[in-house]
Design a protein around this ligand. Structure first.
Ligand SMILES: [Zn+2]
Ligand SMILES: [Zn+2]
Length: 560
């Protein structure tokens, strides 16, 4: 077993890893350029990719082309040149102007870094949306705010991952199949009016429910199928249920916190958990893997085939060690890729074929070590070559990178365009500022200026019930009860709380996100035993947790 170059722990390289590496190795001029075995363990490879993703933090800054004030995922003190979206995608500038020769006396990544620092980057990834300026990694949305990874949705606020016609949701993660009016919900398929609930399918009007399918009008329930009017998994008549709910609804802020505590405790101590949560998936390991086959250690992914170590991916085949990739094939060590074919060590590319070590190249093919190119082929370090020149030079550069130990590695973590503190890596692999700096990982302490508000109110002084909140709250800044950071409520959000009877939140949106993250399982598998039949299982529930874990057979027999 090799030792990880980063954390020094031993890690396994399976034969299937080797086979897949051979399969994704690029063929240039008829010659296969074998990718060597990974030098970093699963976690260190993942950390390196996650450090390249700022999904949620958006800032006001100037466009470095026009001087215009824009919204961007890069703070104003970023060392990069940032262009507003429409300018970046236009022909008002030419990425080939930054082209340079490859210097065989120096390491590849050192030369790439110089290019990366000069070529403008796009401020935000947000296409064809209306009234959704504060959304990132998003497209085709209407009326959305401070949300990321949102596609084809409407009225989505403070949410990450909402796809496929979801509507009217606040503070959620992973909403699918047209879910509507959801609040503090994690994984909902085709559900309507779900509040503080997780893993919910085709449910309606439920509060604090976990792992329920086809349920309606229920409160504080777990593992239910096709039920109505249940409270704490006990059946009530319609009248009884309504009478019980009338005693606690509308919820006061402190009432809700009490229920949330009870919910989290029930989930951890009473509910039954499938060891891994996968649907229509065969021959695979990982968690939250849907409609997939022959995958190993994949998480939060859909429609995957023959993939290994992939996270947050959709419709991907024959790929390994990728993060946020969709509709792609033969990918390795990539992040933020859409419709790619055989892309290796790439970041943020759309519709690329045979791209290697590229950052932000769009609609390109056969490009190597390029940044910010659009509709180009046969380029190296942003310099145009003929097909023949390209095919002659690239194998030589790969040979050079073999000697420098760079071939086979994603971009160094130190090249991340974001501070570690803004990246998703900090959620899964927390580091202090000192730890990050000592490892040469970029860090940013930049905070947006405080919101302009007539009055500032400490969260504890807010009325308990929504009916006592005046319209004027839109002019106040609320001081987060945990961090003291001021935040504002926006009009459609207030309307949502009023329609649903929810009190106004007392925590900053970032804190609310962290609270939700805390209740998610890590993307990691442990060996445990089924709590019922003692069969060995792989699970994302850590061994020290109280949670009741069932193997697939026991879970299906018990729940259905
Ligand atoms: Zn490691
Ligand atoms: Zn079992």
């Amino acid at each position: 077993m090799p030792n990880c170059k980063q954390c020094k722990s031993p890690f396994e390289i399976a034969d299937k890893d080797r086979k897949l590496l051979e399969k994704v190795s690029p063929v240039i001029n008829g010659q296969k350029q074998l990718i060597p075995e990974p030098t970093h363990c699963f976690d260190c490879r993942q950390q390196r990719r996650l450090a390249w993703r700022n999904e949620r933090y958006m800032y006001k800054r100037k466009c470095d082309f026009s001087g215009e004030e824009i919204i961007s995922m890069y703070p104003p003190n970023s060392p990069f040149k940032i262009y507003k979206q429409d300018i970046w995608w236009s022909d008002k500038w030419n990425a080939l102007d930054y082209g340079r020769d490859f210097d065989f006396s120096r390491p590849f990544y050192e030369q790439f870094r110089e290019l990366q620092l000069e070529v403008p980057r796009v401020a935000l990834v947000n296409k064809q949306s209306e009234n959704a300026e504060y959304t990132n990694h998003a497209a085709n949305n209407k009326n959305c705010y401070l949300s990321s990874v949102v596609f084809g949705c409407e009225d989505i606020y403070y949410t990450d991952w909402a796809i496929d016609h979801c509507k009217d949701c606040v503070d959620c993660s992973y909403l699918l199949e047209g879910s509507e009016i959801c609040y503090e919900t994690y994984y909902a398929w085709g559900s309507y009016m779900t509040f503080y609930s997780d893993f919910i399918k085709r449910c309606k009007n439920i509060w604090f429910c976990y792992d329920c399918i086809n349920c309606e009008d229920s409160f504080m329930c777990w593992n239910l199928r096709n039920k109505k009017y249940c409270i704490r998994n006990k059946q009530y008549t319609k009248e009884e249920y309504e009478a019980e709910m009338a005693k606690i609804f509308p919820f006061s802020y402190s009432g809700l916190q009490k229920h949330r505590k009870e919910y989290l405790k029930s989930k951890e101590e009473i509910a039954i958990h499938p060891a891994i949560y996968s649907i229509q998936t065969t021959g695979s390991t990982g968690d939250l893997l849907f409609n997939s086959k022959n995958c190993t250690a994949c998480f939060d992914s859909v429609n995957m085939e023959d993939c290994r170590y992939c996270v947050d991916a959709i419709d991907v085949k024959d790929s390994m060690s990728i993060y946020h990739v969709g509709w792609s094939e033969l990918m390795y060590e990539c992040h933020a890729i859409s419709t790619g074919f055989n892309c290796l060590f790439c970041h943020f590319t759309y519709d690329n074929r045979n791209s290697i070590c590229c950052d932000c190249t769009q609609n390109c093919s056969n490009v190597f070590g390029c940044a910010g190119l659009n509709q180009k082929k046969y380029c190296i370090l942003n310099k145009q070559y003929s097909k023949e020149e390209y095919e002659e030079l690239v194998p030589k550069i790969i040979e050079h990178m073999r000697k420098t130990g760079e071939w086979g590695e994603f971009f160094p973590i130190s090249f991340s365009p974001f501070g570690y503190s803004q990246s998703r890596a900090k959620e899964y692999y927390p580091l202090t500022k000192e730890e990050a700096i000592s490892q040469n990982i970029p860090w940013s302490d930049y905070q947006s200026p405080k919101p302009q508000a007539g009055k500032v109110i400490p969260a504890s002084q807010l009325p308990e019930l929504i009916k006592d909140i005046p319209n004027d709250i839109l002019n106040w800044a609320i001081e987060c009860e945990v961090t003291g950071r001021p935040f504002k409520i926006i009009k459609p959000e207030l309307d949502f709380y009023r329609r649903t009877g929810l009190p106004v939140p007392r925590r900053h949106p970032d804190q609310r996100y962290e609270d939700r993250m805390e209740t998610r399982n890590p993307r990691r598998l442990w060996n445990r035993e089924c709590s019922k039949c003692s069969k060995p299982v792989e699970t994302s529930y850590a061994p020290q947790r109280k949670a009741i874990i069932y193997c697939e057979d026991c879970y299906l027999k018990t729940i259905y």
